[in-house]
Design a protein. Sequence first.
Length: 303
Amino acid sequence: MITTSSQLLTSNASPAVQCVCCGERLSQRDQCCNECQTPASISHTVSARGGAQSFISVLGASNAGKTVYLGLLLDMLSKGSEAMRGTAMGAFSVELQEQVITALERRSFPEKTPAEADAWKWFHCQLSIAEKKKTRYVDMISPDFAGEAISLEINHAGMYPSIGHVVSKSGGLMILCDSMRVRDAGSGEDLFAMKLASYIAEQHDLETEIGRRRKAGPAVAIVFTKCDGCPEAIEAPTQFATNNTPRLFEYCRRMFSRHSYFAAGVAGSSGVLADTKGRQMRVPFHVQPYGIVEPLQWIVSQQ
Protein backbone atom coordinates (compact mmCIF):
# COMPACT_ATOMS: atom_id res chain seq x y z
CA MET A 1 0.00 0.00 0.00
CA ILE A 2 1.31 3.44 -0.96
CA THR A 3 0.87 6.16 1.67
CA THR A 4 1.04 9.75 0.51
CA SER A 5 2.84 12.49 2.44
CA SER A 6 -0.49 14.17 3.19
CA GLN A 7 -1.80 10.95 4.70
CA LEU A 8 1.32 10.67 6.85
CA LEU A 9 0.79 14.17 8.12
CA THR A 10 -2.82 13.32 8.92
CA SER A 11 -1.69 10.17 10.70
CA ASN A 12 0.83 12.08 12.81
CA ALA A 13 -1.75 14.69 13.69
CA SER A 14 -4.39 12.09 14.61
CA PRO A 15 -2.64 9.09 16.19
CA ALA A 16 -5.86 7.66 17.58
CA VAL A 17 -8.28 7.88 14.64
CA GLN A 18 -11.25 5.51 14.71
CA CYS A 19 -11.70 2.96 11.94
CA VAL A 20 -14.34 4.32 9.58
CA CYS A 21 -15.80 0.84 9.25
CA CYS A 22 -15.95 -0.74 12.71
CA GLY A 23 -14.93 2.07 15.10
CA GLU A 24 -11.76 0.32 16.31
CA ARG A 25 -9.03 2.69 17.54
CA LEU A 26 -6.12 2.98 15.10
CA SER A 27 -2.63 4.04 16.12
CA GLN A 28 -0.40 5.96 13.77
CA ARG A 29 1.56 2.76 13.08
CA ASP A 30 -1.43 0.72 11.94
CA GLN A 31 -1.61 0.14 8.20
CA CYS A 32 -4.99 -1.54 8.47
CA CYS A 33 -7.62 -2.17 11.14
CA ASN A 34 -6.93 -5.32 13.14
CA GLU A 35 -10.66 -5.98 13.47
CA CYS A 36 -11.95 -5.55 9.90
CA GLN A 37 -8.86 -5.06 7.69
CA THR A 38 -10.01 -1.65 6.44
CA PRO A 39 -6.91 0.25 5.20
CA ALA A 40 -5.95 2.83 7.83
CA SER A 41 -5.36 5.42 5.11
CA ILE A 42 -9.11 5.45 4.37
CA SER A 43 -9.95 6.20 8.00
CA HIS A 44 -7.31 8.94 8.23
CA THR A 45 -8.49 10.56 4.99
CA VAL A 46 -12.17 10.47 5.96
CA SER A 47 -11.42 11.77 9.48
CA ALA A 48 -9.42 14.71 8.11
CA ARG A 49 -12.04 15.63 5.52
CA GLY A 50 -15.21 15.17 7.57
CA GLY A 51 -18.59 15.10 5.86
CA ALA A 52 -20.83 12.17 4.96
CA GLN A 53 -19.45 8.70 4.32
CA SER A 54 -21.54 6.14 2.51
CA PHE A 55 -20.61 2.48 2.48
CA ILE A 56 -22.00 0.77 -0.60
CA SER A 57 -21.32 -2.95 -0.43
CA VAL A 58 -21.19 -5.14 -3.51
CA LEU A 59 -22.06 -8.75 -2.72
CA GLY A 60 -22.53 -11.85 -4.83
CA ALA A 61 -21.55 -15.45 -5.40
CA SER A 62 -18.12 -16.44 -6.69
CA ASN A 63 -17.73 -15.45 -10.37
CA ALA A 64 -20.71 -13.10 -10.28
CA GLY A 65 -18.45 -10.33 -11.63
CA LYS A 66 -17.86 -8.19 -8.53
CA THR A 67 -14.23 -7.25 -9.24
CA VAL A 68 -14.91 -6.32 -12.86
CA TYR A 69 -18.00 -4.36 -11.87
CA LEU A 70 -16.24 -2.31 -9.18
CA GLY A 71 -13.17 -1.59 -11.31
CA LEU A 72 -15.19 -0.50 -14.32
CA LEU A 73 -17.56 1.54 -12.12
CA LEU A 74 -14.64 3.53 -10.75
CA ASP A 75 -13.24 4.03 -14.25
CA MET A 76 -16.58 5.31 -15.55
CA LEU A 77 -17.10 7.58 -12.53
CA SER A 78 -13.66 9.14 -13.07
CA LYS A 79 -14.83 10.14 -16.56
CA GLY A 80 -18.38 10.89 -15.43
CA SER A 81 -20.78 13.68 -16.27
CA GLU A 82 -21.48 16.80 -14.24
CA ALA A 83 -24.50 15.04 -12.71
CA MET A 84 -22.27 12.46 -11.00
CA ARG A 85 -18.51 12.25 -11.02
CA GLY A 86 -16.12 10.25 -8.88
CA THR A 87 -12.53 10.75 -7.79
CA ALA A 88 -10.46 7.82 -6.53
CA MET A 89 -9.10 8.50 -3.06
CA GLY A 90 -5.84 6.66 -2.55
CA ALA A 91 -3.57 4.47 -4.64
CA PHE A 92 -5.41 1.32 -3.56
CA SER A 93 -8.56 2.44 -5.41
CA VAL A 94 -6.59 3.19 -8.56
CA GLU A 95 -4.98 -0.25 -8.24
CA LEU A 96 -8.39 -1.93 -8.50
CA GLN A 97 -9.31 0.23 -11.48
CA GLU A 98 -5.95 -0.51 -13.14
CA GLN A 99 -6.26 -4.26 -12.57
CA VAL A 100 -9.66 -4.44 -14.26
CA ILE A 101 -9.06 -2.04 -17.15
CA THR A 102 -5.68 -3.57 -18.01
CA ALA A 103 -7.16 -7.06 -18.08
CA LEU A 104 -10.09 -6.01 -20.27
CA GLU A 105 -7.76 -4.27 -22.73
CA ARG A 106 -5.89 -7.57 -23.03
CA ARG A 107 -9.15 -9.37 -23.83
CA SER A 108 -9.29 -11.19 -20.51
CA PHE A 109 -10.99 -10.95 -17.13
CA PRO A 110 -8.96 -10.30 -13.95
CA GLU A 111 -8.03 -13.13 -11.63
CA LYS A 112 -10.39 -14.17 -8.87
CA THR A 113 -10.21 -12.26 -5.60
CA PRO A 114 -8.29 -14.21 -2.91
CA ALA A 115 -10.30 -15.45 0.07
CA GLU A 116 -7.85 -13.86 2.55
CA ALA A 117 -9.23 -10.57 3.89
CA ASP A 118 -5.83 -8.84 3.91
CA ALA A 119 -5.58 -9.38 0.13
CA TRP A 120 -8.88 -7.65 -0.72
CA LYS A 121 -8.74 -4.41 -2.66
CA TRP A 122 -10.76 -1.49 -1.35
CA PHE A 123 -12.69 1.06 -3.34
CA HIS A 124 -12.76 4.62 -1.94
CA CYS A 125 -14.25 7.26 -4.18
CA GLN A 126 -15.48 10.79 -3.52
CA LEU A 127 -18.69 11.35 -5.44
CA SER A 128 -19.73 14.85 -6.50
CA ILE A 129 -23.48 14.89 -7.17
CA ALA A 130 -25.04 17.90 -8.84
CA GLU A 131 -28.38 18.79 -7.29
CA LYS A 132 -30.75 21.66 -7.98
CA LYS A 133 -29.11 24.32 -5.83
CA LYS A 134 -25.78 22.82 -4.79
CA THR A 135 -23.28 20.04 -5.30
CA ARG A 136 -23.35 17.24 -2.72
CA TYR A 137 -20.16 15.34 -1.86
CA VAL A 138 -20.24 11.78 -0.56
CA ASP A 139 -17.42 9.39 0.28
CA MET A 140 -18.27 6.01 -1.20
CA ILE A 141 -16.36 3.13 0.38
CA SER A 142 -16.57 -0.53 -0.62
CA PRO A 143 -14.23 -3.54 -0.43
CA ASP A 144 -13.95 -6.14 -3.19
CA PHE A 145 -15.04 -9.16 -1.14
CA ALA A 146 -14.15 -12.66 -2.35
CA GLY A 147 -17.20 -14.70 -3.30
CA GLU A 148 -15.98 -17.70 -1.31
CA ALA A 149 -15.59 -15.53 1.80
CA ILE A 150 -19.12 -14.15 1.37
CA SER A 151 -20.50 -17.68 1.07
CA LEU A 152 -18.72 -18.80 4.26
CA GLU A 153 -19.80 -15.69 6.18
CA ILE A 154 -23.51 -15.94 5.34
CA ASN A 155 -23.51 -19.63 6.30
CA HIS A 156 -21.44 -19.11 9.46
CA ALA A 157 -21.77 -15.48 10.58
CA GLY A 158 -18.60 -14.19 12.23
CA MET A 159 -16.07 -16.13 10.15
CA TYR A 160 -15.22 -12.91 8.28
CA PRO A 161 -16.02 -10.05 10.72
CA SER A 162 -15.11 -7.42 8.12
CA ILE A 163 -18.05 -8.47 5.93
CA GLY A 164 -20.51 -8.09 8.80
CA HIS A 165 -19.10 -4.69 9.80
CA VAL A 166 -19.24 -3.33 6.25
CA VAL A 167 -22.72 -4.69 5.48
CA SER A 168 -24.17 -3.28 8.71
CA LYS A 169 -22.53 0.08 7.94
CA SER A 170 -23.82 0.19 4.36
CA GLY A 171 -26.72 2.46 3.53
CA GLY A 172 -26.82 0.92 0.07
CA LEU A 173 -25.99 -2.56 -1.17
CA MET A 174 -25.82 -4.31 -4.51
CA ILE A 175 -26.48 -8.03 -4.89
CA LEU A 176 -24.80 -9.18 -8.09
CA CYS A 177 -26.24 -12.26 -9.80
CA ASP A 178 -24.82 -13.95 -12.90
CA SER A 179 -27.79 -13.67 -15.29
CA MET A 180 -26.81 -16.73 -17.33
CA ARG A 181 -26.50 -18.91 -14.23
CA VAL A 182 -29.79 -17.50 -12.95
CA ARG A 183 -31.47 -18.48 -16.22
CA ASP A 184 -29.77 -21.85 -16.71
CA ALA A 185 -28.82 -23.24 -13.29
CA GLY A 186 -32.21 -23.73 -11.70
CA SER A 187 -32.90 -22.74 -8.11
CA GLY A 188 -29.30 -22.57 -6.84
CA GLU A 189 -28.69 -18.93 -7.76
CA ASP A 190 -32.11 -17.90 -6.46
CA LEU A 191 -31.50 -19.55 -3.09
CA PHE A 192 -28.01 -18.12 -2.70
CA ALA A 193 -29.21 -14.61 -3.52
CA MET A 194 -32.04 -15.00 -1.02
CA LYS A 195 -29.52 -16.04 1.66
CA LEU A 196 -27.54 -12.89 0.86
CA ALA A 197 -30.68 -10.77 1.21
CA SER A 198 -31.48 -12.50 4.51
CA TYR A 199 -27.94 -11.82 5.77
CA ILE A 200 -28.32 -8.13 4.89
CA ALA A 201 -31.63 -7.96 6.77
CA GLU A 202 -30.07 -9.67 9.78
CA GLN A 203 -27.08 -7.30 9.88
CA HIS A 204 -29.44 -4.31 9.77
CA ASP A 205 -31.68 -5.79 12.44
CA LEU A 206 -34.80 -5.24 10.36
CA GLU A 207 -38.04 -5.75 12.21
CA THR A 208 -40.10 -8.62 10.80
CA GLU A 209 -42.65 -9.25 13.54
CA ILE A 210 -46.26 -8.77 12.51
CA GLY A 211 -47.86 -5.69 13.99
CA ARG A 212 -44.61 -3.88 14.74
CA ARG A 213 -43.18 -1.09 12.69
CA ARG A 214 -40.28 -2.25 10.53
CA LYS A 215 -37.11 -0.21 10.11
CA ALA A 216 -36.61 1.33 6.69
CA GLY A 217 -33.38 -0.59 6.09
CA PRO A 218 -30.80 -0.03 3.36
CA ALA A 219 -31.44 0.57 -0.33
CA VAL A 220 -30.84 -2.75 -2.11
CA ALA A 221 -30.11 -2.99 -5.83
CA ILE A 222 -30.26 -6.46 -7.39
CA VAL A 223 -28.00 -6.39 -10.45
CA PHE A 224 -28.07 -9.14 -13.08
CA THR A 225 -24.57 -9.25 -14.59
CA LYS A 226 -23.06 -10.68 -17.80
CA CYS A 227 -26.13 -9.67 -19.77
CA ASP A 228 -24.34 -9.91 -23.12
CA GLY A 229 -25.30 -13.59 -22.87
CA CYS A 230 -28.78 -13.02 -21.46
CA PRO A 231 -30.72 -10.35 -23.41
CA GLU A 232 -33.99 -11.15 -21.65
CA ALA A 233 -32.54 -9.70 -18.42
CA ILE A 234 -31.79 -6.43 -20.23
CA GLU A 235 -35.28 -6.16 -21.69
CA ALA A 236 -37.09 -6.36 -18.36
CA PRO A 237 -34.95 -6.89 -15.22
CA THR A 238 -37.90 -6.95 -12.80
CA GLN A 239 -39.84 -9.45 -14.89
CA PHE A 240 -36.67 -11.52 -15.29
CA ALA A 241 -36.36 -11.59 -11.49
CA THR A 242 -40.01 -12.57 -11.09
CA ASN A 243 -39.63 -15.47 -13.52
CA ASN A 244 -36.19 -16.73 -12.50
CA THR A 245 -35.61 -15.74 -8.86
CA PRO A 246 -39.11 -15.97 -7.33
CA ARG A 247 -37.83 -16.62 -3.79
CA LEU A 248 -35.52 -13.59 -3.86
CA PHE A 249 -38.22 -11.46 -5.46
CA GLU A 250 -40.78 -12.27 -2.78
CA TYR A 251 -38.28 -11.92 0.09
CA CYS A 252 -37.14 -8.46 -1.07
CA ARG A 253 -40.74 -7.37 -1.58
CA ARG A 254 -41.56 -8.23 2.03
CA MET A 255 -38.32 -7.18 3.69
CA PHE A 256 -36.86 -4.11 1.94
CA SER A 257 -38.95 -0.99 1.48
CA ARG A 258 -36.38 0.28 -1.02
CA HIS A 259 -35.17 -2.20 -3.62
CA SER A 260 -34.94 -2.30 -7.39
CA TYR A 261 -33.70 -4.57 -10.21
CA PHE A 262 -31.08 -3.77 -12.83
CA ALA A 263 -29.20 -5.44 -15.68
CA ALA A 264 -25.52 -4.80 -16.38
CA GLY A 265 -22.84 -6.01 -18.72
CA VAL A 266 -19.20 -5.32 -19.45
CA ALA A 267 -18.53 -7.23 -22.65
CA GLY A 268 -20.50 -6.51 -25.80
CA SER A 269 -19.94 -10.18 -26.54
CA SER A 270 -17.88 -12.93 -24.99
CA GLY A 271 -16.99 -16.54 -25.59
CA VAL A 272 -15.45 -19.59 -23.98
CA LEU A 273 -11.99 -20.79 -24.98
CA ALA A 274 -10.63 -24.24 -24.13
CA ASP A 275 -6.98 -25.26 -23.98
CA THR A 276 -5.54 -28.62 -25.05
CA LYS A 277 -6.42 -30.11 -21.64
CA GLY A 278 -10.05 -29.08 -21.88
CA ARG A 279 -9.84 -26.27 -19.33
CA GLN A 280 -12.29 -23.52 -20.20
CA MET A 281 -11.99 -19.76 -19.78
CA ARG A 282 -14.47 -17.04 -20.69
CA VAL A 283 -12.96 -14.10 -22.58
CA PRO A 284 -14.45 -10.74 -23.65
CA PHE A 285 -14.32 -10.15 -27.40
CA HIS A 286 -14.83 -6.43 -26.96
CA VAL A 287 -15.70 -4.10 -24.08
CA GLN A 288 -19.12 -2.45 -24.22
CA PRO A 289 -20.31 -1.40 -20.74
CA TYR A 290 -24.01 -1.42 -20.09
CA GLY A 291 -25.94 -0.51 -16.94
CA ILE A 292 -22.83 -0.05 -14.76
CA VAL A 293 -23.56 3.35 -13.20
CA GLU A 294 -27.37 3.13 -13.02
CA PRO A 295 -27.57 0.98 -9.83
CA LEU A 296 -25.28 3.43 -8.02
CA GLN A 297 -27.30 6.41 -9.23
CA TRP A 298 -30.45 4.80 -7.87
CA ILE A 299 -28.84 4.04 -4.48
CA VAL A 300 -27.50 7.60 -4.16
CA SER A 301 -30.96 8.97 -5.02
CA GLN A 302 -32.40 7.00 -2.09
CA GLN A 303 -30.08 8.64 0.48
